[in-house]
Design a protein around this ligand. Structure first.
Ligand code: AMP
Length: 439
């Protein structure tokens, strides 16, 4: 018996939850589901990894099952979920299938890069739920392959990323086509003004549920940074991967080309690695993701857009091979580990050109990332570099000058548990030892 019993979910859903092995609702589920079952609109400020998919899929299925009237009509879905990327759309589709497996509802995934004919014939046969990316959906709407006037539940997932990716006009257009008598849900990891505005235009008297304060990093993720020269990063990655507690690692690269290079390098060193980015075919991406999920690939190298929202349980480590310029991206990336209550680690490589990115990440997340100097490639000059920019900027970046404007002491070595640099001590000159000021 699970702990979902207080949530008024119907039996087929409770059975599916049992089959998934969920013992208790996550906070966003516990807070949202009662309001959604009561028909309210919802604004959810939540990252992936919080269980937000089940928070909207479960009540959506319950509502659709209750109002089902025989087989679904051709090309007239009753629920529409929009997601920014194909990967996320597929994952939401998988959740619909898993949570709805004891119900008779039908769904289709609609996204670009896959044969359109198949999607059209599935629509023609009749579906209750469409899970789509905006671009392909607009194509099909233009071709009059479906109508949205009977949509009762409309969900916009990862709205912030949807806007980042330039889908605003498509989203508006789609929203206008959905009947006004609908329940609308909007989820976003962050709430910049553009998303607030979109939400204000789409939602009617919504409940607002926020599960992790904006711009704070997941508490269960242990974060550390390793200062390293750019050209040593691949060597450092290999050294790190000697640690076999890193059983499933998602490695982020800023560029597609860089992602390919890293994956090739790992393969050469006999580390099983896949790669996903925008230049890969849909097939190749799905294949890599599958290999990563089923454990055949120990490492998946990804760019941000490709990795957006990918939902793989048991990612033990997120490795930022390159640090992102945008702190929110850092927050999204590290949210890929420590999901659903598990622990996880985020390891970031920082070269001199990325030193300012780290200052910004620390400022925005209000967290000092622990320095790990206990590795063969530690570069003290990067560790001790000051933020560029004005003295005032420096002061504020350093938390009002707490750190005296200088670099900072690395975490004292814990006996080289994670690395066994074996005879490479000569590389570790210049390492300052002192009390960590890591939070
Ligand atoms: P999401 O935030 O929707 O991407 O979900 C993150 C992960 O949490 C997914 O792998 C889900 O299968 C899992 N999950 C969702 N709800 C629960 C729950 N109540 N208990 C345990 N795991 C869950």
């Amino acid at each position: 018996m699970n702990n979902f019993s207080g949530l008024d979910l119907v039996k087929p859903l409770r059975r599916a939850i049992d089959a998934e092995g969920y013992a208790a609702p996550t906070p966003i589920q516990a807070q949202s589901i009662p309001h959604l079952l009561a028909g309210r609109d919802l604004l959810g400020v939540a990252q992936t990894g919080t269980g937000k998919t089940a928070a909207f899929v479960l009540p959506m299925l319950q509502r659709l099952e209750a109002s089902a009237n025989g087989s679904p009509a051709s090309g007239r879905p009753r629920a529409l979920v929009l997601a920014p990327t194909r990967e996320l759309a597929v994952q939401i589709g998988d959740s619909v299938r898993a949570y709805g497996k004891f119900m008779g509802l039908k769904y289709v995934n609609i996204f670009g890069g896959a044969p359109i004919g198949k999607q059209i014939s599935t629509l023609n046969r009749g579906v209750d739920i469409v899970v789509a990316t905006p671009g392909r959906l607009v194509d099909l709407l233009n071709q009059k392959k479906l109508r949205l006037s009977e949509v009762e539940v409309f969900v916009l997932d990862e709205a912030d990323r949807m806007l980042d990716m330039g889908f605003i006009n498509d989203v508006r257009k789609i929203s206008d086509l959905v009947g006004s008598n609908r329940q609308t849900l909007l989820f976003s990891a962050t709430m910049p003004n553009a998303v607030e505005k979109l939400a204000a235009g789409m939602l009617s008297d919504p409940v607002r549920i926020e599960v992790a304060p904006q711009s704070t990093t997941a508490e269960r993720v242990q974060q550390r940074v390793l200062f390293v020269e750019k050209q040593q990063k691949r060597g450092l990655l290999s050294a790190i991967l000697k640690d076999d507690t890193i059983s499933r690692a998602l490695v982020f690269s800023r560029t597609k080309h860089g992602a390919d290079k890293v994956a090739r390098y790992l393969e050469k060193g006999n580390v099983s690695a896949g790669v996903i980015h925008g230049n890969k075919s849909q097939n190749a991406r799905q294949k890599a993701l599958k290999g990563f999920k089923n454990g055949n690939l120990r490492v998946l190298v990804a760019t941000d857009i490709a990795a957006r929202g990918i939902d793989v349980d048991g990612v033990t480590h997120v490795i930022n091979f390159d640090l992102p310029q945008d702190p929110e991206t850092y927050v999204h990336r590290i949210g890929r580990t420590a999901r659903a209550g598990a622990d996880g680690q985020a390891i970031s490589f920082c070269d001199l050109t990325e030193r300012d990115f780290l200052f910004d990440i620390e400022k925005v997340t209000r967290n000092t990332v622990e320095v790990d100097a206990d590795h063969p490639f530690h570069a003290p000059e990067i560790a001790n570099a000051e933020p560029s920019g004005s003295k005032a900027a420096r002061k504020s970046r350093n938390g009002g000058g707490r750190n005296g404007g200088g670099g900072r002491p690395p975490r004292a070595s814990k006996g080289g548990k994670r690395f066994k640099p074996g005879g490479q001590k000569g590389h570790r000159h210049g390492q300052r030892r002192g009390n960590s000021r890591a939070a």
